[in-house]
Design a protein around this ligand. Sequence first.
Ligand code: ZN
Ligand code: ZN
Length: 648
Amino acid sequence: MADISLTFPDGNSRSFPAGVTAAEVATDISTSLAKKAISATVNGAHWDLAWPIEADAQIAIHTMKDNDQALELIRHDLAHIMARAVQEIWPDTKVTIGPVRDNGWFYDFDRAEPFTPEDLGRIEDRMKQIINARDAVRTEVWTREKVRTHYEATGEPYKVELLDRIPGDEPIRMYWHGPWMDLCRGPHLQHTGQVPSDAFKLMSVAAAYWLGDNTRPMLQRIYGVAFKNRDDLKAYMTFLEEAEKRDHRRLGREMDLFHMQEEAPGQVFWHPNGWTIYTTLQDYMRRKQRADGYVEVNTPQVVDRKLWEASGHWDKYQDHMFIVEVDEEHAREKAINALKPMNCPCHVQVFNQGLKSYRDLPLRMAEFGSCARYEPSGALHGIMRVRGFTQDDAHIFCTEDQIEAECAKFITFLAGVYKDLGFEAFEIAFATRPEKRVGSDESWDYVEDALENAIKKTGHAYRLEEGDGAFYGPKLDFYLTDAIGRVWQCGTFQVDPNLPERLGASYIAADGAKHRPFMLHRACLGSFERFIGILIENSEGKLPFWLAPRQVVVASIVSDADDYVHEVVETLRKAGVRAEADIRNEKINFKVREHSVGKVPVILAIGRKEVEDRTVTLRRLGEKHTQVLPVDQVVSDLKAEAVPPDLR
Ligand SMILES: [Zn+2]
Ligand SMILES: [Zn+2]
C-alpha cells in the first residue's frame, strides 16, 4: 500500500500507509493520546477517528480539552441518543433530522401524539440509560441503494427523502449507537459513555414543518442543551433564569412602558412611561452631540425610488424596504416611493444644497432618523428587533486627512456616552478590506491606518476582523457587554467614499478645484428602541434615577395626609423631579409592593407624624430600611440626583 504523509500542528510530518484511520494515527503517537482522542481535524474538516485518510494531509487529534470539537460531538451524539430513546419508547415515531444548534441540538419527529413535559423526563431517563450502557458507536459507508432499501423496509420516508438530497459524490454513512442506526454525515464519539450524563437537559417541544415548508407535514421538534460538565449546564440554566427575569417585554408590561400589537408588527406603541425614557435619552444625546460640534437635521420619510436607485439601495436593499405606491395628481403613472430604511442618501441631499468649501469641513450632520425596514416576522423580538426604529444617526462629511481625528473624536464621544449610561467597558472590532472591493490599495492603506491610529490614540484595545469591511471602506463596530455577559453590537463607524461619489457630493478645496468629500457613517446607540431594550435588561428595569420614568411616588398612609402629599409632589415637580401622588385608600405596604414592581426608585410615605414634622419617610427600590428625613433635604437631594450625567 502506498504511503501518505501526515503533517501535525507542530509542523512535523510522518508517513503512514494510505487508508490509515485517525484512531490509528493517535495510537501511533501514544497510548495515552489514543485513550483520550475523540476526533481529528483533517485538512480543516472535522474527522471521525474511524474514517480512513487516503492522501497527504494536515492533521490534528482532538481530546475533550478542545472545546469546540468536544461540544459539537457531545451535542451531535445526544441528538442520536435522543432519537434512539424516542423510538425505543414509542416505536411508531418516525425520525427526520437532528442538527447541533446554539447550546445544544434539536431533533424533529413525526408522531401523532404530542410530546408532553412528562414525556421529556421519560426520554431523558432513557437517554441516561443509553449513556450508562456505554454502547459502541460505529460507522459504515453504504451504497445509496442499500440505504434506500433499508429505509423503505423500515418505513422511514423522511430518511429516504434526505438520502435523495445527498449529492452524488458524497459517501453515504450509517452510524450505530448501540443497536440503533441513523443516516448521518458524522463525525461522532466512539461510545455513548463519552457523553456526560449529567450535563444535558431537554428544554422544550415546538412545532416545525418538515424542511421548513408549510405545505409539508408538521413535525414535533424537541430542543436540548448540553455542555461538557454539570457546572456548565448549571451556569447556563442560571443564565436563562437571569435573562428571563430581565426580559424587556415582561418589564415593559410591568413598568407600563410600551406595547405592540398585530396591526403594526415590529413597531412600538410607546406609553407615557416608556416615552419618558425615550425622550430623556434623546434629550441627553442631543445635548451631547451639540456639545461635540454636530448640527441636527431632519429629512423625509417617504422618498421617491429615483433616489434609492441613485444610492444603490433599490438594487441591493429592496427586500428590506417598505415600498409605497402613490397616485400622483393628474399623473397617469403611479409614483413608486419607499419609506427610508436609512438616512444616508437624504443627508447627502442636504449637503448638496449650496456650494461647500473646505472651510465647511468636517461637517457633522446628525438626525434622530426614523427608519422602516422590513424584517421577517420570525426575526422580530420585542423592541430589540423591530421594523420601525429611530437611529441616533450622523454623517460626517470630511476630507481624507480629517478621518483620523474624526474617528478618535467619535470614539471618545461614544466612550463618554456608554459610561454615562452604565457601561464602563466596550469592545471595538476593526473590520478591514474585503476581497471584493472598490478603490486603490493606497487609499485602503491610508484609511485603515487612519482608523488604527485613531483607536490607538484613544487608548482602547481592539480586535481585527480581517476582510469584514464594506466593499468601499473599513469600519469599526462597538460592542457592549451587559450585566449577565451578553454582548450587544451598538455603535458603528464606517468610512465611505462611495455614496458621495454616487450622489455627486463635492466641495471646493483650497486649490480652488472640486473634490469629493468622504462620508463617515456613525451611530453610538444604534437605535433608541433597541438600546432602551438593552438598558432595561441590563438594569433589570432599575434604571438610573435620571432615566427612570417615574422617579418618585409620594404615598399617603392616612387620608389626613393627602394635602401634604400633593404639596410634596408639587415641590418635587418644580425642582425638576418626576413625581406623582398615590392617595388611594390602600395599605402602605400594598402601595410599596405595587410601585416596586413598577420599578419606581423612590417612594416617600407620609402619615400624620410626617405631616406634623414636615418630614417624609424615604424608601429606595430594593432596600428594606426606610429613613425619616426633612422634606426640604429630600427635595434638594432628589433634585441633584435627577440631573442627567452630562449636566452635573
Ligand atoms: Zn447525525
Ligand atoms: Zn449612513
